[in-house]
Design a protein around this ligand. Sequence first.
Ligand code: PRX
Length: 632
Amino acid sequence: MPNNQIKTYQEYEEAYKRSVEDPEGFWSDIASTFTWRKKWNTTLEWNFEEPDIKWFKGGRLNITENCLDRHLKTRGNKLALIWEPNDPKERFVRYTYRELHEKVCQFANVLKKNGAKKGDRICIYMPMIPELAFAVLACARIGAIHSVVFAGFSAVAMADRINDAQCSMVLTSDGLNRGAKQIPVKRVVDEALERCYSVKKVIVVERLGWAVNMVEGRDVWYHDEVQGVSKDCPAEEMDSEDMLFILYTSGSTGKPKGVVHTCGGYMVYAQYSFSNVFQVQENDIYWCTADIGWITGHTYLLYGPLLAGSTSLMFEGVPSYPDMGRFWQVVDKFGVNIFYTAPTAIRSLMGGDIDDVLSYSLDSLKVLGSVGEPINEEAWHWYHTHVGKERCPLVDTWWQTETGGIMISSIANVTPIKPAHAAYPLPGIQPILVDAEGKEITENEVEGYLCMKFPWPGIIRTTYGDHERARLSYFSTYKGLYFTGDGAKRDKDGLYRIIGRVDDVINVSGHRFGTAEIEDAINHNEHVVESAVVGYPHDVKGQGIYAFVICKEVPEREDYLRAEIIETVVEKIGKIAKPDKIQIVSGLPKTRSGKIMRRILRKVAEGDTSNLGDTSTLLDPDVVDEIKAGAL
Ligand code: PRX
C-alpha cells in the first residue's frame, strides 16, 4: 500500500494539524508517492472568487500509469478487478494488474483507431461489465475526457449530456442485465443520437448477443475492432490540470451540470481518501456496490482502488436478485473484506427475511462503509449488527460529485465512530458551519450550513462550458467559501452529522435530482399546465418524489393521467426519477409575487399539516385547504 496511510488517532491529529498549518507541504508529500513524468512547479494556486483552483501546476502525468503501469513490477500477478455477473450461474471473471493493463491498452488502441484523440469528449453509456472499466481507463490513457452517463438515464437525458459536452464518440453495449430483466441499451443510444450531431462513432460491446441496429459508417462492434490490436498503448502525457472527466449531476436550478475534475488533484485525493478511510491492507478484497455511472463508482470502484494497487470487485447485478441474500452470497464467495454500499440498499434489505443475511458467514468482513445519503440510526444498527456482527467499524462517508472524494468520515479503527454521524473531516479538509448570513458558527452543539474554507486536491474545477455556473452554484452564496448545499449539525465533541440538502435538490436512493428538473419533465406532458415537486421521507429510498400537478382540464381518470405523467418523466430523465406520488390540484400556494411556497407543499407531502405557518401572504389561501384535503 502507498505509504501515506494514517494508523493511529495521534497520527490523524498530527496529519490534520499539519494539513491546516502547511497544506502545501502536506499535499506535496502525498503527491510525491505517485509517478509523475515531470514534477509540479507550484503545489497550490487558488481563489474561491472566480473560482480558480490549480493543484500541482506544471506537473505532468497520466493517471492510468499510476493505476496500472506502476504496479506491474510488484503487483503484476495480483488481482486488480473481479467481475461478478448478474446471474450467479454465469462465471465470474478476474483480471490481474497485468491483464487489466493489456485490456485497457487494447481498448485505448481501438479508440485511437476510430479517431479518438486527446481532449475529445467521449460519452460512455454502458452497464456494469468489465468493458465499462476498460473504457473509462482507456479514455484516460489517451487523454480523452470521459463523460459516463448512468445506463438508467433515458435517451433524452443522454442526448442533453452528449450535446452539452459535444461528445464525438459513444461507447455502449447491445443490452444489459438487471435482475430478471434484460434491457436494450443500444436502442436508447440510437434514439439519443437522433438529437446529437457531434457524435461520429459508436463502439458497441456485446453483452447479450442481441441483434442490434448498426448504422453504417458510424457504429462498430468492439469485438471486431479489437482483432489484431496491440496490447500496448503508451500513455498520453497530461498536465496536472488537464480535464480527466466530466460527470453530470443535478443542482437546484436548470439542467444537470457537468462537474469537471482534473488529472493530478483528483488522482492524489482519490487514493489518499480510499486508503485511509477504509484502512485498506495489501491483500484485501474490496467491494463498492455503486455503479460507475455515479461519482462513487468513479472514485471508489475504479480510480481509488487501482491507484492504491488494491483488488476491486465489480458487480453487474442488483441486491435482490435472485434473492435478497445476493450481496452476502457474493461477500462469502470472494471473501470480501471491505464492503461499501448505500443506505437505500441496506434499508431495502432490512425489509427482507433476516435469514437472508444470517445464513451467510460474512466472516471475511473487516470494514463497512455507507455513502450517498444520511443513514438513519435503525439502518446503521441493522448493518452494523447483522452484516458487521458488531465487529466491523462502519464508516459513514459524506461527500459529493463536486468534492471528488470522501470529505467527512470516520477512519476505520482510527477515529471515533458514532451512529449516523459522518464524524470528523479527513486531513486536508476544513469544514465550517455558517448561519444564514454566512457568519461562521464556531461553537459546538450547533447546526448550520456546511461550507469548506480551503481547497483540497479533489475539488471541482468548473462546470463544463459554463464557468459562471460553477461560481454561482458553489462559490457565491457565502463569500470566500465553497458551499455544499447541505445542512449539518456539530455535536459537543465536534463530530459532524449531515442533515441533508438545504436547496431544491432531492436525494432519492442516493441519487440527486433537482426539483426543477423533474418539474420541467412533468410540464412536457400535454395535459399539464404547471407542477411543483418536493421530497418527502421514504422508508427505503430516503426521500420520495411528491408532485403537485395542475392540469388543463379536470381528468376523467386520474390514474390514467398519473401513468402518463410518469411516462413523460421516464422519457425525459429515466425510471430513477419516477414520482412516487402525484396529486392533481387546481392551484399551487403562491405568494403575490408568484413564488411557490414549497415549505407548505413539503409539509403536506410529509403528512404534517398541523402547523403550516403563516399563509396570509398567499395569493389564494383557499388552495391550501384543497391541497390538504387531497393529500396522498
Ligand atoms: O446531501 C449529501 C448527500 O448526497 C449529496 C451528494 O450527492 P452526489 O453528488 O450524488 O454524491 C453522492 C455520493 C458521494 C450530498 O450533498 N450525501 C452523500 N453522502 C452522504 C450524504 N448525506 C449524508 N450522509 C452521507 N454520508
